[in-house]
Design a protein around this ligand. Sequence first.
Ligand SMILES: [Zn+2]
Ligand SMILES: [Zn+2]
Length: 479
Amino acid sequence: MLPQFIYYLIKYIKFQEKIIYGLLGIILGKSVARGLYDEPVNKPYRKLEVDEMPIIETLEKLDYQELLTTYKEQHGKELKPVVRRKNSVVKVPKKLTCPKCSAPSSYLYANNGDKGQYRCKVCKCLFSQKNRFLKEAILKCPHCLKTLERIKERKDFYVYKCKNNKCFYYQRKLKAMSKDEKKRFKQDPQAFKVRYIFREFHLDFDPLAKETPVKPKVDLSRIYVSTHTLGLILTYYVNYGLSARKTAALMYDVHSVKISHQTILNYANSVALITKPFIDHYPYELSNSFCGDETYIRVGGRWHYLFFFFDAVKKIILSYPVSPNRDTPSAIKALGDVFKKFKEIPKDLMFVVDGNPIYILAQHYFAQHDIHFDIHKVIGLTNDDPVSKEYRPLKQIIERLNRTFKGNYRATTGFGSQDGSVSYVTLFVAYFNFLRPHSSLENRVPVIIPELEKMPNMPERWTKLISLAQDFLVESQSA
Ligand SMILES: [Zn+2]
Ligand SMILES: [Zn+2]
């Protein structure tokens, strides 16, 4: 009885505390209250039922030039382009080509008046602008093998639906409804997901594009401290997670170097820009098991998501994009950054992530690009399901990584800009991969570079790492 009473009392006190901060916010202005009571809201991700992949049938592709040659052989004359009536109302767009045989627009009839249908004179294919993709590949329901219908167009994806009333999926869902649910379903069918759905993501970036490293526009010679001093600053600021202000104070109190905290932030930014290409293009030796998780960081006064993906065996961070959204394009970007690290993508890749459906959607996206991998979800805090139990140790590894990051990050009171946050994350990754001994690796660093190992102390190692990163940039520019 008593513990429960105390529990309610605490809840009540917490509730009052919130009201007090709310009132403080009204009286003193938002920022004061926010400073006192601001924590990232651990918003649960949107629960979304993600169905399995559809069956993708790629259609036979023809070559209009070959078809034209065959035509000439068989008929003894060439197939002429379409003759258009002079005052024809329906125009065929110049850039339009046949989806099946790639014949240019001069071979296309505007079929069916002005309804937007075209017929190819070369291969006889009938199509419209809208169903062009469907002429290249057909998406079929995995339950009933009927062709899916595109029903919605969103910013990043199309929604396809199986509209077949005899579909097993649909039938099963209907059967599973209780009487009450059936009643509600009749009134509001939109509130229920009863049909097979597939989301086809189309992004305006290529998550697998291997960019050549670009030399950043920073000049380290404009850093007016010795390389050793710079190494010291990075050691305090990154390895020990001291704030820029504390680092500045320590530099003055212990080393008699007068330097402002803003200068420290500027230096950190420059070093991050120089080392990022080295970190991202390093020829890592990887295993095939990876863990991923999202954590919060503050950018420009707002909470953003940092996606960490790392090699569960080798303890190497491979992917660390920062995004304002916890959405599928961000998950695709994060996974793409992992795939880019492979010369050849192994067949038996495995990722352990939380239960967020964005990773399943990302998995479908990559499957369409012929990259296949397993996803194991670890949900919640108890070992309720067998999958969670088996892969929990892996999830704990990434949660430990997140804690390590947060321990270092906490001092840095957030960042004024996207650049600032990316800089700190980049330096943390440099430290984590190349400089930080890891207990589960017998206290060795995840990536051993002999030149770094030789250095007598941490500031010297930072200095060496920067010079290796600079050498890498020079080499990649001249290659
Ligand atoms: Zn054609
Ligand atoms: Zn179906």
